[in-house]
Design a protein. Structure first.
Length: 90
């Protein structure tokens, strides 16, 4: 999903909820590590099992005029949502 920053705060949660509704078994999704605890709690409150399956750095090159650095490494987590084990629909 797009990272929820600047003018699109929360869009990552909206994207994840939609992906979960469309999936049959599982959803894999990258998110900034700083938001993982919140995302896990939110998705679990929807009735799904969530696990962090990998932690890594995601290189974001300078793409816009407002970017001040040539590139930035963002710490991200790959999460897996087990849709098949849902106790309630999202």
């Amino acid at each position: 999903p797009p990272f929820g920053t600047k003018h699109n705060a929360g869009i990552d949660v909206t994207f994840l909820r939609t992906a979960i509704r469309l999936a049959k078994t599982a959803v894999y999704s990258f998110h900034k590590s700083s938001t993982t605890r919140y995302l896990v709690k939110t998705v679990e409150s929807w009735g799904y099992e969530v696990e962090v399956v990998a932690q890594m750095k995601f290189d974001i090159p300078k793409m816009y005029k407002f970017h001040k650095q040539n590139e930035v490494d963002v710490e991200v987590d790959l999460i897996r949502v087990n849709v098949a084990s849902a106790s309630s629909p999202a």
